[in-house]
Design a protein around this ligand. Sequence first.
Ligand SMILES: NC(=O)c1ccc[n+]([C@@H]2O[C@H](COP(=O)([O-])OP(=O)(O)OC[C@H]3O[C@@H](n4cnc5c(N)ncnc54)[C@H](OP(=O)(O)O)[C@@H]3O)[C@@H](O)[C@H]2O)c1
Length: 295
Amino acid sequence: MKVLLTGATGYIGSAVTDHLVAAGHQVVALTRSAEPESGRPWHAQLVGDTADPASLAGAVTPDIEAVIHLAPPSGDADVDSAVIEALATPLRGTGRPLVYTSGVWVLGATGDAQEVGEEAPTNPVGLVGYRPQIEQRVLAEAAEGVRAVVVRPAIVYGRGGGIPALLVDRARKEGVPEYYGEEGVRWPTVHVDDLAELFVAAAERAEAGTLWHGVGESAVAVRDVAQAAGRAAGVDAAPRVLSVEQAAEFFGALFADALALDQSVSGAAARTALDWKPSRPGMVAELTSGSYRSA
Ligand SMILES: NC(=O)c1ccc[n+]([C@@H]2O[C@H](COP(=O)([O-])OP(=O)(O)OC[C@H]3O[C@@H](n4cnc5c(N)ncnc54)[C@H](OP(=O)(O)O)[C@@H]3O)[C@@H](O)[C@H]2O)c1
């Protein structure tokens, strides 16, 4: 398939590019900059900015067989809705896929429930407040003949990047590893290469109007993640837990609040229905002996 990919230069987008190409697809990358990116295995590069939905008019040409939308939200629900309108309109009546990227933070804290599934109600933290609305806006396109699909990634790790890299940087800077919120906080996690394979599977074979959790491990103790981040930074001290208010001083209140979320989320549905097989090492193992090790 020829796939239009927004966010193609980003952390997840780079991995999705690699796995689309490995699966025999062509990537048309939508980038904000017109500067050609050397070394990317893209078929073509288009310029557009999701903060300006009008700039996306014409991006979905008749030869585009799938759209994967990875660029982050703008912070304005009307703008993000207009982006979906621009991407979906040319796909109506074609049965071609539009895959939208949300995230597990729309579920909020999952409380005593274990491994919550896609049917759980949303209760988004402030950082992703209106995102469930955009999910519904996307899924409604199924009625218009678009193979509309939503993927909610867990906290992504691997390739030395993502949120765990922030913990490694903080540990190096502070001389002690840290995590945020309560002592028992747990994160659902997914390796970026496993997640990229889920995006490929979603574009290839997810049914219209479906939503999937991209979760490799359902609930990893963040204390263990912090300890491993410390080791990756060359710091042996025991992790300390900071309050959300303390973390807000350097991460901002909204991001600090999201990092402190305690969640247990299941990724079983995509394994069964899409034959998705996440296989990379877990977040703690990756931090301890994988791509985050300092030189
Ligand atoms: N990382 C995680 O743990 C995680 C977890 C759950 C969900 N997500 C979601 O996954 C998506 C991708 O995340 P990521 O971690 O890969 O982010 P990232 O590394 O920051 O990459 C963002 C990408 O979006 C592009 N972009 C930013 N603003 C844009 C705009 N106004 N118009 C067009 N393109 C724009 C960037 O391109 P430039 O080269 O132009 O900057 C870059 O390619 C986001 O929607 C994020 O909320 C991420």
